[in-house]
Design a protein around this ligand. Structure first.
Ligand SMILES: [Fe+2]
Ligand SMILES: [Fe+2]
Length: 220
C-alpha cells in the first residue's frame, strides 16, 4: 500500500515536472508571460470551485489549464508573432495548435484533462469554434471553463497589437458571449466571482508574486 502510494506520488511529481518543461518551452516560443498562465490557472480553479466541483478536480483543471497552448511550439514564428491580419491559410496553421497540443500530451491518464483542454479551448458553445466545431456539452467542462478564463485574461492584458482592456470591459465582453461563444452557466459563475472581487484579488496576487511583469518588461 505504502509502496503504491509512493509510486503514485512519484508519477504525479514526474507529470508535474513534465508540465513545467513543456509550458516553459511554449511560453518562450509564444512570447506570452508566465503571469498569463498563472492567472488563467487561478481563474479556472476559482470557477471550478464555484461550480461546486470536488477539490481534486479543481486542482486537476488548474494544472491542466496551463498547457492549453503547448501546441504552439509547432506554429511557425512568423505566423505566431504576426501583427497583421492573418490570411485564411495562416489561420488554418494557427488552428493546428489545438491538434498538435493534444498529440503532444500523449496518452497518459495524467494528461487526459489537459488533452481535452488543448484540443477544445477554441471551441464555442454555439458550435462555431475550431478545430472540430463541437458545441454545447460536447465540449469538455474543463475546456469550457478555460476558454472563458483565457479570453478574459487576453482581453485584460496588454498584447503587441492592443492595450489592456479594463476588467469591466473584459467582463462585459464575456457576458456578451454567453450562449454564443461561452457556456452561459459558467459565465454566470464568472460574473459572480467578479462581483465578489475574486478576479481582482487573483490578478493582484499574481502581479505581486510575478517577476516577469514589472513595468518595462516585455509582458505581452
Ligand atoms: Fe490557443
Ligand atoms: Fe492563453
Amino acid at each position: 500500500m505504502e509502496q503504491e502510494r509512493i509510486a503514485s506520488e512519484e508519477l504525479r511529481r514526474t507529470g508535474l515536472q513534465g508540465i513545467s518543461h513543456l509550458v516553459l518551452a511554449a511560453t518562450i516560443k509564444d512570447r506570452t508571460t508566465g503571469t498569463h498562465l498563472q492567472r488563467v490557472r487561478r481563474y479556472v480553479e476559482a470557477i471550478a470551485e464555484r461550480l461546486g466541483l470536488p477539490g481534486d478536480l479543481v486542482e486537476e483543471f488548474g494544472y491542466s489549464s496551463v498547457m492549453h497552448d503547448v501546441g504552439k511550439i509547432h506554429t511557425p514564428d512568423h505566423i505566431l508573432q504576426s501583427e497583421h491580419h492573418l490570411s485564411d491559410a495562416e489561420f488554418s496553421v494557427i488552428k493546428q495548435h489545438c491538434i498538435d497540443g493534444e498529440k503532444m500530451l500523449g496518452t497518459a491518464r495524467f494528461f487526459e484533462t489537459a488533452r481535452g483542454i488543448a484540443r477544445e479551448h477554441h471551441e464555442r458553445w454555439d458550435g462555431k469554434g475550431y478545430p472540430d466545431g463541437k458545441k454545447g456539452e460536447e465540449i469538455s467542462l474543463a475546456a469550457r471553463i478555460v476558454s472563458i478564463a483565457d479570453v478574459f485574461d487576453a482581453l485584460t492584458s496588454k498584447r503587441p497589437y492592443k492595450e489592456a482592456w479594463s476588467a469591466e470591459a473584459g467582463l462585459q465582453a464575456i457576458e456578451a458571449g454567453a450562449g454564443e461563444r461561452f457556456d452561459p452557466e459558467i459565465v454566470a459563475g464568472f460574473v459572480a466571482l467578479a462581483k465578489e472581487g475574486v478576479l481582482e484579488r487573483i490578478s493582484s496576487e499574481v502581479a505581486a508574486s510575478a517577476d516577469d511583469d514589472q513595468p518595462g518588461s516585455s509582458a505581452k
